[in-house]
Design a binder for this molecule. Structure first.
Ligand code: UDP
Length: 492
């Protein structure tokens, strides 16, 4: 059954206090003064399929909170179901939209898809009023519009966060499956023009996802705070007394035995003093963890090559460590594929030689507290010399945006659309051609490590680009305009 999510109160004044954010807030307020009155009397219902995990759940709390601040009555609802067949179908659709998996979808699949949405629609119907706006995120709740909008004079918008730039049998199967549910949507929003299927082409916009600069994930952390977070999370050996108590539970690190233990138990990872290369993602095959691990193992082999490597660089190669982090598998029990990928990676790690194992910190981050999880990610990103997003497919990649915002240079690829939209090769970091190519990865990691000055310049440029293009303010501005135009075109 659909569930309403409460979100903490946020105010625009909090953002205005920061000199570098104030101009964007002023512009947003001015836009809202024009548009919010047009939306008066209507509630905007944002519906997605999860409260936690992944980019959409990351963005919605701030979007909803700030829209309310701007005078638009907004609610966040999560679609729910106990039926594992529904989530295995929607995961499959997700993979198919990314061009992967078995394209054979049957009428039985359609029945499950519709049945779960019908139950959720029944719940939503009791909450919504005529004239309300339904904004549906991603395929899982897509059928809601046909169940809720036509009989209620409501306005429906579909926001799709995923996609790929090349069509194949898989993408065609997914878009055909979704086609019957697309008709009631007045408008659609995609993260890149390449993603828009033909049946939405005449009623779609591109809006980039965005980050909130003041959340626990993205806010500035002082050196003391970083050290405190790492100590509290067991991500560093306790440096001495720290102000705040340990997190419960703490982050755990994979041991060569295949077991997990508090991440600082055997030895310090070195986040505060070693060169660190990091990837943080959900455990998804398309995130490219496996080739990254292999690429890092090859990078480490370079330290045995003493032809022409200067001493400092040799030391870097010796000290550098790879951090691979994602959600604690206990928190993703409803994602069987995620658990499978996690177990595969554990096995690959166990097959590495003991020296490489020591230099790879494979971390399971607890999700029990959203804030503690966010602070851990914030601190790890800030202590990284390079953040990698080695995705083979990536709708946008908020993990990239988050690191850009922190001034960390990015290593990603031009094969996936999201990374190449954000990163300009040689300006904000480096893009390789193929995320599955471990040699390219090793070579580019080495080049980046060898150039601290360029890394600084890439990081600065990345931060500036995130500031100008990928913060929540410009995203809200575009949503407001779109909603304003939609209601102007359709008076209730
Ligand atoms: N994330 C998280 N905890 C984790 C792994 C990832 O909070 O253990 C967050 C990450 O910081 C980012 C989001 O999940 O904000 C992932 O969004 P992205 O757009 O990169 O990928 P998606 O998961 O939506 O495919």
């Amino acid at each position: 059954m659909a569930r309403r999510i409460e979100i903490p109160h946020v105010t625009l004044a909090d953002y205005e206090e920061f000199a570098h954010l104030a101009p964007a807030v002023h512009q947003l307020r001015a836009e809202a003064r024009q548009i919010a009155p047009l939306l008066e009397g209507r509630t905007l219902w944002m519906v997605n399929s999860t409260e936690r995990g992944g980019g959409v759940a990351e963005m919605l709390p701030t979007m909803v909170g700030l829209l309310r601040e701007l005078g638009v009555a907004t609610q966040w609802v999560v679609l729910e179901s106990d039926d594992p067949a529904f989530f295995s179908l929607t995961k499959r659709l997700h993979n198919l939209i990314h061009g992967e998996g078995d394209p054979d979808l049957s009428s039985a699949h359609r029945e499950v898809f519709e049945a779960v949405n019908r139950e959720n629609a029944d719940q939503l119907r009791g909450w919504m009023n005529p004239g309300d706006i339904l904004a549906v995120h991603d395929p899982q709740p897509m059928p809601l519009a046909s169940m809720l909008c036509e009989d209620r004079d409501s306005l429906c918008v579909w926001r799709c966060h995923i996609g790929v730039d090349q069509a194949n049998a898989q993408t065609r199967a997914a878009w055909e499956f979704l086609r019957p549910f697309a008709a009631p949507y007045r408008h659609s929003i995609f993260s890149a023009p390449e993603y828009i299927p033909d049946y939405f082409s005449s009623r779609s916009s591109v809006i980039y996802p965005a980050i909130d600069p003041l959340t626990e994930k993205n806010r500035h952390l002082s050196v003391h705070k970083i050290a405190g977070v790492l100590a509290n999370a067991a991500l560093a050996v306790n440096p001495g007394p720290v102000l705040t108590p340990p997190y419960t539970p703490v982050a755990e690190r994979l041991l060569p035995t295949g077991n997990f233990a508090p991440a600082n138990m055997s030895e310090d990872i070195g986040l505060l003093h070693r060169p660190i290369i990091t990837q943080i993602s959900r455990w998804d095959r398309l995130k490219g963890f496996a080739p990254l691990m292999e690429g890092f193992a090859r990078l480490k082999m370079r330290r045995d090559d003493d032809s022409g490597i200067d001493q400092l660089h040799h030391r870097r190669l010796e000290l550098v460590r790879l951090v691979l982090a994602g959600p604690d598998p206990a928190s993703i029990a409803d994602d069987p594929e995620g658990v499978e990928v996690f177990n595969e990676l554990v096995q690959r790690y166990q097959e590495l030689d003991s020296v490489t194992q020591r230099d790879i910190a494979f971390l399971a981050l607890p999700m029990d507290s959203r804030d503690e999880n966010a602070l851990m990610i914030n601190a790890i990103q800030r202590t990284s010399s390079i953040v990698v997003q080695n995705s083979i497919r990536e709708g946008f990649g908020l993990t990239i945006t988050e690191a850009m915002w922190k001034g960390v240079p990015i290593l990603s690829n031009r094969f996936a659309v999201g990374p190449r939209q954000q990163i300009r090769d040689g300006l904000d970091g480096c893009l390789i051609d193929d995320p599955r190519d471990a040699d390219q990865l090793a070579h580019t990691m080495e080049t980046m490590l060898a150039s601290p000055d360029r890394r600084d310049a890439w990081g600065r440029s990345a931060q500036r680009r995130a500031h100008e293009q990928f913060l929540i303010f410009s995203q809200l501005d575009q949503w407001l305009r779109l909603l304003g135009e939609a209601v102007r075109a359709k008076p209730s």
